[in-house]
Design a protein around this ligand. Structure first.
Ligand code: NAP
Length: 426
């Protein structure tokens, strides 16, 4: 990999890069099948990704005709790497085994190690024989929608494909590594004005927020909409805040500290709810929600913007869904993509149907949506929201910070890039 890195840094041509040998093994962050039972009986919050995420060499898989090998310059931590590392809600080896049963090429993924990571900025090293639009030497970013395009269900909206997967979570050979193997239809041009790490952090979270709010499959925000955003300085929330501001909407952002409130103000969001300072407690006990608390939050939002939210950007799940359904405007929409605090959800259905509200699900994004999102980044209309950068060796530390809600925006991870600040070409 050192030879490959030197060639990239020395400005080698595509032909020169194509002539370099692909190593038989490479350094990667991975979890082990043999350890998937290691957290039995341990409460979720005590599961420490530093213990389950290993950095070490794994064998390079064979390349399929529609795939490319990438030299990964940088990657990022997503919450799915936290889920994989704590083996919740399920160990990801089941996903790999299912993919392994699908086809000869799928069988490469069913290993006793799982290389994690669903973002990357990279340089193409080799392109399979069926790849048309990309060649060795191309500087790219990767989106994580892993779709078999021979399935008819993949051809309306590829997120509806029967075998749609998230690369590096439901497939192997992910981006937290020096080398990766992805399908050509996951590639997008790297924005030239960004460093490797700035370019690496956007695709998963920003595309998710884009589909939830902007694309035609979910909330379809319009100018003037009020949008209530949980975790507004978090991974998906900080992109959502920018998308709302860009689209002529009014964001109301929720955070849990003074520092985050200031950060949100600095991003241009004036309407801030500090959920910790104001002490919202939507559950009286494990079984009972507190409608009074929902009402208190609703009043707070009205005091800020004089109205109820047209859209609620929801992802904390069990802790907040009851409140989200309650505060949405009559006829409004709660759009959800996750359930960080628990997936068995409870809300009062009367508030939903009597006020004609909609709960809409959303999951990552199709290639076109990811591409449109990348174009916004490329134009400088959306900024990467990266608050820290870690070397690959400290990936467990970085995942732990995300697990403990100690990180703002995204955490970048340097893979082949030796230090931050490299990779800008314009
Ligand atoms: P993140 O960077 O950790 O940010 C989440 C934010 O949510 C935190 O900053 C926190 O903000 C807030 N939060 C956490 N627990 C909360 C609670 N109990 N009540 C209210 N707010 C809470 O994570 P992320 O990258 O934004 O991802 C968020 C969730 O979306 C994760 O579950 C992830 O797996 C999921 N996700 C799904 C998709 C998809 O395609 N379906 C894509 C990306 C992410 P404050 O503490 O400041 O309020």
């Amino acid at each position: 990999m050192q030879e490959i890195l030197e060639a990239i840094q020395g400005g080698a041509s595509g032909d020169e890069i194509a002539a370099l040998p692909i190593p038989e093994t490479y350094r990667a962050a991975h979890v082990l099948r043999a350890e998937q039972g290691m957290w039995e009986g341990v409460p979720s919050e005590d599961k420490d990704p530093r213990k389950s995420l290993h950095i070490g060499d794994v064998p390079t898989p064979e390349l399929a005709p529609d795939e490319v090998y990438l030299a990964v310059m940088a990657s990022s931590i997503n919450f799915n790497t936290v889920w994989t590392s704590i083996f919740e809600p399920l160990p990801t080896f089941g996903f790999l085994d299912r993919l392994g049963r699908e086809s000869v090429w799928g069988a490469r993924h069913a290993q006793d190690f799982h290389v994690v990571g669903s973002d990357a900025s990279a340089v193409v090293l080799r392109a399979g024989s069926a790849v048309r639009n990309w060649a060795p030497g191309d500087r790219v970013v990767v989106h994580c929608n892993y779709v078999d395009d021979q399935d008819p269900s993949a051809h309306d909206d590829s997120m509806l494909a029967a075998n749609q997967r998230i690369w590096g979570f439901e497939s192997n050979f992910g981006g937290l590594a020096d080398l990766a193997m992805v399908k050509a239809n996951q590639l997008m041009p790297k924005p030239a004005h960004l460093t490797w790490e700035e370019a690496a952090v956007n695709a998963l979270c920003n595309s998710t927020s884009y589909r939830m709010l902007v694309g035609r499959h979910a909330a379809r925000m319009k100018q003037g909409d009020n949008v209530f955003i949980w975790g507004a300085t978090g991974g998906i929330g900080a992109y959502a805040t920018q998308l709302v501001l860009n689209g002529g909407g009014t964001p109301v952002g929720v955070v849990s500290s003074d520092d985050r409130a200031r950060l949100l103000n600095a991003m241009g969001c004036d309407n801030v709810v500090d959920r910790k300072a104001e002490g919202y407690k939507f559950w009286k006990d494990e079984h009972t929600q507190d409608e009074g608390e929902w009402r208190r939050l609703g009043k707070k939002v009205r005091s800020l913007i004089g109205d109820d939210p047209d859209i609620v950007f929801e992802h904390p799940g069990r802790q907040t869904m009851g409140a989200s359904v309650f505060i949405a405007k009559r006829g409004g929409m709660v759009v959800t993509c996750a359930a960080t605090s628990g997936f068995m959800i409870e809300y009062d259905n009367r508030h939903l149907w009597m006020k004609l509200k909609t709960i809409k699900s959303s999951h990552f994004a199709n290639y076109q949506e990811a591409w449109d999102m990348n174009r916004l980044i490329d134009r400088g209309a959306i900024q990467p929201v990266m608050s820290a950068v870690y070397p690959l060796e400290q990936v467990g530390e970085a995942a732990r910070a995300v697990h403990r809600n100690e990180a703002e925006g995204k955490l970048g991870v340097l893979c082949l890039a030796p230090e931050p600040g490299q990779g800008i070409t314009d």
